[in-house]
Every structure is written in structure tokens, then in C-alpha cells.
Design a protein around this ligand. Sequence first.
Ligand code: TRP
Length: 455
Amino acid sequence: MKEHSTKERATFGSKLGVIFASVGSAVGLGNIWRFPYETGQHGGAAFILIYIGCVLALGIPLVIVEFYLGRRSKANPVGAFLFLAPKTKWYLVGLMGVLSGIMIMGFYSVVSGWTCDYIYQSLTGSLSGKSPEMFQQDFTAFCTNPYKPILWTIIFMAVTHFIIVSGVKKGIERSSKIMMPLLFFIIIVMCVRSLTLPGGEKGLEFLFRPDFSKINSNVILGAMGQAFFSLSLGMGCLITYSSYFGANVNLPKTAITVGILDTLVATLAGIMIFPAVFSFGISPTQGPELVFITLPNVFQSMPLGYIWSLLFFILLGIAALTSAISLHEVTTAFVIEQYKLTRSSATLFVTITLVILGMICSLSLGVWSKFTIGGMNIFDLFDFISAKILLPLGGFWMSIFVGWVIPAKDLKSELTNKGTLKFYGFNIYRFILRYFAPIAIGLIFFNELGMLSFL
Ligand code: TRP
């Protein structure tokens, strides 16, 4: 593979654009769909505390690693390694990232499609007047339907396509600048609503009063995996975005801001969901169905429920869209730069590939559900291979690469904008990259593969 030229590359127009786009990538289904049910299943506050510890000790340092790789090389994940370590096999780490991005999009686009259907259903009022069992049945019938979810996945991908084809500044940056403030506005309004429901205090207690007896190694490792997914780490998504950062962007500060805002949105999602769930006497320990089955049931019991339901699914849709564009852009940038295609043909090629994968993932929940590999249908398999294997592996190799292969002077120069900024604790930071991060990630990895039964 060829190293590409770094001339005439698009950049984000402003520092605010950099923040909105990066936070847009980080804040997604992971925050509003996955984080609340993981918290519910892992006992609430204790999980959140450990999650915050993981974001600070591991997540933010690795965000800085990807920012370094991207802005230093001004290239897609494969190009970045070809530039920094030419004539070596390191580019395979980038290639693995591109591959995991494609796989994540396979199921991400399907869940995003469901979200679009729930926006539509909220609009038409078909999410009310049902019994809890009916919510369950209708959701199952919908996901296993061979046409409907695919149609919504295609619609969602068409919107993603339109943003990506419009380019870095006019597509990604501009759409993030509109969607992210809207997302913050909706989530705050919904938190206020949830907090003013009678009996909501129990939900807050569940979220914020830690019961340390609930902590075990599974909770810790679950929190680390969640931190990876939520911060968009381990596959070069942030390498791609930071390759569009200007020379004056403060990389460590931006990483900290992204980490804080991402965690804030996840916490707000908890505040928005749990008091409401407790207020209506429903159990919070449900899994992935929390958002698609439990919440619609909660909304229909509220005054003006259809408005809350509509707002919630629009919120989820916006979160999904700004993350999906970041996943799409990774492969698009790779195809444009490594195969010298124009943006419009590269985007079209990637969109078609992703739609086909989305269709396969969607069908694997219904008509093709008998086809399994290792006991998993394709949807679960893609989730498992990408999020649970390829992401930790990517993060592992990236921290090794930047910690051991890149000279300390080069790293420090890029992170301090050639010495014009201060970076306190640089040596501690480098220690984290060289030792702490690879060991910690190694632990998540083997645990998830079930190899550490003693933990
Ligand atoms: N972080 C997003 C979320 O929370 C999903 C996402 C976007 C992602 N880009 C990624 C996850 C890269 C892993 C890797 O929903």
C-alpha cells in the first residue's frame, strides 16, 4: 500500500467545530442506549464510578494517542501508520481498524434504523395504548420482519451518505454544529421532566448511591469495554477526525473535553431514564430492550407521552447519526486516500457496502436467524468481533506503537504544538502508554474471550 500525499487536505474550520464533531462521534447509541442498560444490569452507581475511573485512566490517554496519530500524519488510519512507520507491518493495525469500523456499522445502522421507525411510530401515535406485553411482541415482530427494518436502515444510511458526500467542512462539521446543541437541549429538557415525576428519587438513588458490594471483576471489565465503545476508541475513528484538526488545536485539552462531555451525556441519559422508570414502578435491570420496550411503556403512562416519546427517539436518532457519520468517514477517507478515488465515488462505494452489511445483519435477526457461527447470528457476531475483539486489540497496538515505537520527543512536540503549550505529567502519560494501558487492555480482552476464568 502506498503512502499518500498530505497536501491539500480538508480541515475543520474552527475549534468549536473540532469539539462538536468529536463529541458527536463519541456521543451515540453507546451513551443513550447501551450505557443505561449496562448501568442497570451492573447495579447502578458503583458501575458509574468505575466507568468514570476507566475514562480518566485509560480512555482519555488513548483518545490522545489517536489524536497524535491523526494530526501528526494527516491521514486515514492505514495512511497514518504508513507515514509514521514506513516499510513495516504496522499499517495492519490501521487496516484492522477500517475493518472493525465496517463491521460496527453493520449493526449500528440497523439499530439506528429501528430508532427511525420509533420516531415515525411516535409521530403517528402508534406507540400508545398498548400493554407491556404488546410492546414486547411488537418490537420482536418488527426486528424479525424481513422488509421494514431494512427500509429504515436504507433511509438512515441515505442521510449519512448525504452528509459524508458533502465533505468534511460542509458535511460533517456543519451538521455536527447543528445537531450537537440540539442534542444537549433535548436531553436537558427530558432530564427536567424525569426529575419532576413523583417517586423519581428512587431512580436517582439507584444512579448515585454506590453499593460497593456490587463491584466485581466483571463490573470493572464491563466498564472498560463500555468506555472504549463510548469514546469511539480502538479503530482509528479519532485518527481520521484528528487528521482534519488544525495546527492550533490543543490535543490533550480537546481529549479531556471530549471525555468529560461524553461522560456527562451518558450520566444525563441515566438521569433522563431511571427516575422515569422507577416512577412507574418498572424494573431497571432490563438489557438491550430498555430503550425500545420499557421506555415507550413509561412514556405512554405520562401526560403528553407522545411528545416525550417523539423527543426521546429524535434525541437517539441524532446521537446515532453523528456517530454513524464518523464511522462512515473512516472507510471513506481510507478509500479516497489509498485508492485515489473522488469523495463522491468513494462515499457511494462505502454506502453500498454498508447497506448490504446492514441488510445481512437485519435479516440475521429474522429469516436467517437459524444461520449461526459459534452460537451467534451475524448481528451478534459482528458486535462481538468488532466491539469485543478488534477494538481492544486496536487500542492495545496503538498504545504500544505510540509508547514504544514513536520517540518521546516527537510525541511531546506534537502534543504541545511544537513546545508552545505545556503538558504537565508527560512522563506519567508515557508510562500509561507503555505499561498501564497495554496490561489493562490485555485483561479486558482475555476476560471477554472467557480465558480468565479465575477473575
Ligand atoms: N461512540 C459511539 C457511541 O457511543 C459509537 C462509535 C462511533 C464508535 N465511532 C466509533 C465505537 C468507533 C467504537 C469505535 O455510540
